[in-house]
Design a protein around this ligand. Structure first.
Ligand code: HGY
Ligand code: MN
Ligand code: MN
Length: 408
């Protein structure tokens, strides 16, 4: 029998359809977790799952699992990702992994293929962590790293409670998160960085992933007149925040890894008033846990220095995950799948946090990357060549077929 191939055109069509849900004027995909737009996206994906004959299960934190029976009642091979986006998202981040999983199911249906193991396509809640922190909250609960009650009690940046929003959009399921323990988990995702694109590579086999440290820093100063207050008498939260952003940037350059102050709010945020308060977020990442921990200590020492300058400083931990090494055996299956297509595949580290890093806590997990044009993501200009979409889905198809035939 001719080796099975995915229908890249059909997959691009679904990506376009899902990408249109929550689209803003500037072309951004904006489907923050548990918003009405996220619900619309979920409803669309669930309708596709049902059309494909999948049994759809929803767990207590809104993770969706579409199950396809195997010939034997064994732990399933799982694929999938997320469909929630940042506010300035593109159509590929997360969605490619979910919709490629559905494409694999459709190809198997069309060719009457029944795999030994069941297949599962997962949509994990709140991967982005933009509205509710931590990021990857749904898959973290699924992997047993966050109690359900704690997740449901999370309060978003808009003051809404996670559990109430889940109820409101109708995706508060009953399945215990993690009740379905996969035999293996493989996630297809765009790289979201420049490496594959710059090197002219079409595929990446992700062997490991950076650790992430997210902290909210609140600086307290004193509002005063911008014209009359001598520089030596100021307690300027705006200046402290600017120093913090420079410190984080320089620290990352010194230690390697990356450092970002991505969100910054000043109060009262007026041209002629010295800022009394600044609320900033610090995102530090590194592939080496020792270096990431050292960076956190350096940050704390810097904040001490701001205190010594007269600013009040409070911190709140928003997320912390250690670096992850994916399962070498599963990475090998991905590499063999690429080779069977006559394709090279480059070893990669994921700079982004991923649901696969959480699933790696409960089963062998690994990822397939395809290039992001210009290395752009979390931006409406996010694009992946349809030929790479097709290739990534075909490698996923062959990887899942191999894993699904593995005996207990
Ligand atoms: O922040 C991340 O790395 C992911 O996009 N949630
Ligand atoms: Mn993603
Ligand atoms: Mn993302």
């Amino acid at each position: 029998m001719e080796p099975l191939r995915c229908d890249g055109r059909r997959l691009m069509g679904r990506l376009d359809q899902l990408g249109a849900v929550g689209r803003l004027e500037d072309g951004s995909c904006c489907r923050l977790a548990l918003t009405d737009e996220d619900r619309q996206g979920r409803d669309l994906v669930v309708s596709w799952m049902r059309e494909l004959g999948l049994e759809v299960r929803v767990d207590r934190v809104g993770n969706l699992i579409g199950l396809r029976r195997g010939s034997e009642d064994l732990p399933p091979v799982m694929t999938g990702s997320h469909i929630d986006t940042v506010a300035t998202g593109g159509p590929f981040d997360g969605c490619l992994g979910v919709l490629a999983g559905l494409e694999v199911v459709q190809v198997l249906n069309e060719h009457g293929v029944t795999t030994r193991r069941p297949l599962a396509v997962a949509v994990f809640t709140n991967e982005e962590g933009v509205r509710f922190q931590p990021d990857m909250a749904g898959s973290l609960v699924y992997a047993g790293g966050l109690p359900v009650a704690e997740a449901l009690a999370l309060v978003g940046i808009d003051g809404r409670r996670f559990g109430a929003e889940l109820e409101r959009i109708g995706y508060a399921g009953t399945l215990e998160p993690g009740a379905i323990v996969p035999h293996a988990f493989v996630e297809l995702h765009i790289e979201q960085g420049p490496i594959l694109d710059q090197e002219g590579e079409a595929l990446g086999a992700v062997a490991n992933l950076q650790g992430i440290s997210w902290t909210e820093v609140t600086l307290h100063g004193r509002a005063n007149h911008a014209g009359t207050t001598p520089m030596g008498l100021r307690r300027d939260a705006g200046h402290g925040a600017a120093r913090l952003a420079c410190f984080v940037h320089d620290l990352a350059q010194e230690l390697g890894g990356v450092g970002t102050v991505g969100s910054l709010r000043l109060a009262p945020n007026l041209i002629n008033v010295i800022a009394r308060e600044a609320v900033a977020t610090v995102d530090l990442r590194h592939a080496d846990e020792q270096v990431l921990a050292a960076a956190e200590r350096r940050l704390e020492a810097f904040l001490q220095d701001l205190r010594a300058q007269g600013l009040g400083v409070e911190t709140r931990r928003l997320a912390r995950t250690e670096p992850v090494v994916f399962d070498p055996g599963t990475v090998r299956v991905i590499e063999q799948a690429a080779a069977s297509l006559g394709q090279r595949i480059r070893p990669m580290t994921s700079g982004a946090g991923q649901d696969a890093q959480m699933l790696a806590r409960i089963c062998p997990a690994a990822m397939i990357f395809v290039p992001s044009q210009g290395g752009v993501s979390h931006n409406p200009a996010e694009r992946t060549d349809p030929r790479h979409v097709q290739l990534g889905a075909d490698v996923l198809l062959r990887t899942l077929l191999t894993l699904a035939e593995e005996r207990p």
